[in-house]
Ligand binder design. Structure first.
Ligand code: SAJ
Length: 414
């Protein structure tokens, strides 16, 4: 039974660890947070993702998945830690470095180290460099440039969509890129053992860039939709109708505008490309700026609507970064809600049905109370439960629908 050590038990690491544990691997999941480790060892989970609870419970009960705050010897190490950026949009690799330092003492000849975290180009080589410094005994002449290192290093970017992680972990095609051909082959064989999608081989730098390019592609296309929405607002054109009509062209597929782009991936990764090649990335940078400007545009819309009302009550529907998840990372909905609060635009009633925890600056309300009491309903996330609201209940309200669930002319509200 091959042993896998997964470092980082978040949105990628935990699903990956529990999937591997049910596919015949013996898995040690590692996280620096003892509460996360305790939760998983009880067979519970600390994040919201469909069916993950069932998988983790099964994996832990079978004894194939254990969690710990410390790594241990294994055949394969997977690094799945966050790669945020620092002020000035500079990549912050401190978690990758910490995970590498933590696993280095446990490495043995023949081990495979895989970086799954989305990372700037060159990060897999950096991991090899760090390991070579910590464990020169594993390199023939103690140098990372040696072709005959006894450790294999590869990048295999995760590409799963939050909300569909378990299906996509198995079904998506995967890119594997090693620091040398031997590493690529080792990583390819590993992913082949549990992925039904195709495994596409390349080198580490191309694999790193490929992931960044995928998310930038999406960012650019969302930026186009967001820019169009602002243009249409100025020209009094219904953006949702416009997109529906334009998308009937066989080669046009405009994405959906929204309150901005959130999540840890699309709002972050394009900056890794910009940082690596600042002079060559005018388009990628501008797309980021367009998307980052959208939340403030929404705030101004609310301010404008509220200015005509005495003591306005504003219902903020949704706080997560997209529909039907609890993830608040880089969420434009949360940013907008906080901005409205700090500008004292009115009484804010926030509703996020996927969260049980409250916030120190504001309480959460149930949907019914928000619909009853709010003068302005600001739809920020297209959660399923919001789509089910009876439009009759919205007739007396000012509705600002940033996701287009009620606003096309085919909607019962119009
Ligand atoms: N969004 C829009 N309009 C759209 C689509 C999305 O405003 O038409 C917004 C969402 O509301 C959200 C943000 O963009 O705030 C990102 O959502 P998303 O569903 O596009 O993507 P993520 O961040 O959940 O996951 C992405 C995926 N990448 C691509 O689709 C290219 C996923 O496959 C990656 O694995 C993930 O990033 C990642 O981890 O990098």
């Amino acid at each position: 039974m091959e042993r896998v050590c997964v470092l980082g038990l978040g949105y990628i690491g935990l699903p990956t660890a529990s999937l591997l544990a049910t596919k015949g691997f013996s898995v040690l999941g590692v996280d620096v947070d003892p509460d996360v480790v305790g939760t998983i060892n009880r067979g519970d989970i600390h994040i919201v993702e469909p069916d993950l609870d069932i998988l983790v419970k099964a994996a832990v009960q079978s004894g194939s998945l254990k969690a710990s705050t410390e790594p241990a010897a294994a055949d394969i190490f997977i690094i799945a830690v966050p790669t945020p950026f620092k002020p000035g949009h500079i990549p912050n690799l401190e978690y990758v470095d910490a995970a590498t330092h933590a696993l280095a003492p446990h490495l043995r000849p023949g081990n495979l180290v895989i970086l799954e975290s989305t990372s700037p180009v060159g990060t897999t080589e950096r991991i090899r460099e760090l390991v070579a410094q910590a464990r020169p005994d594993l390199f023939t002449q103690g140098k990372p440039s040696d072709r005959d290192s006894q450790i294999f290093f590869a990048h295999c970017p995760e590409r799963v969509l939050p909300g569909h992680i378990l299906r996509e972990l198995v079904g998506n095609d995967r890119i594997v890129g090693g620091v040398d051909p031997g590493s690529t082959d080792r990583a390819r064989d590993f992913y082949r053992s549990f992925v039904s999608g195709e495994i596409l081989s390349t080198d580490a730098r191309t694999a790193e860039m490929c992931k960044l390019a995928e998310n930038s592609f999406r960012d650019l296309n969302i930026a186009f939709a967001n820019e169009l929405s602002v243009v249409c607002d100025r020209l009094s054109i219904n953006i949702w109708d416009l997109i529906r009509l334009a998308n009937r062209h066989p080669r046009v597929n405009i994405l959906q505008p929204g309150p901005g782009v959130g999540g840890h991936c699309i709002a972050v990764d394009p900056w890794f490309i910009v940082h690596s090649a600042p002079r060559e990335t005018r388009l990628i940078r501008t797309a980021r700026e367009v998307n980052d400007a959208k939340p403030m545009w929404v705030v101004e819309k609310v301010v404008e609507s509220a200015s005509g009302l005495p003591d306005p009550v504003i219902g903020c529907l949704g706080l997560s970064f997209k529909a039907d998840i609890d993830d608040l990372r880089e969420s434009p909905a949360l940013w907008i809600t906080r901005e409205l609060l700090s500008r004292r635009v009115g009484r804010i009633m926030a509703c996020e049905p996927n969260l049980t925890r409250s916030f120190k600056e504001f309480p959460l309300y149930d949907l019914d109370s928000v619909i009853k009491e709010a003068d302005i309903l600001l739809l920020l996330v297209d959660h399923k439960v919001f789509r089910k609201i009876d439009p009759v209940r919205l007739r007396e309200k000012v509705v600002i629908d940033t996701r287009g669930i009620w606003s096309s002319t085919s909607s019962p509200l119009q």
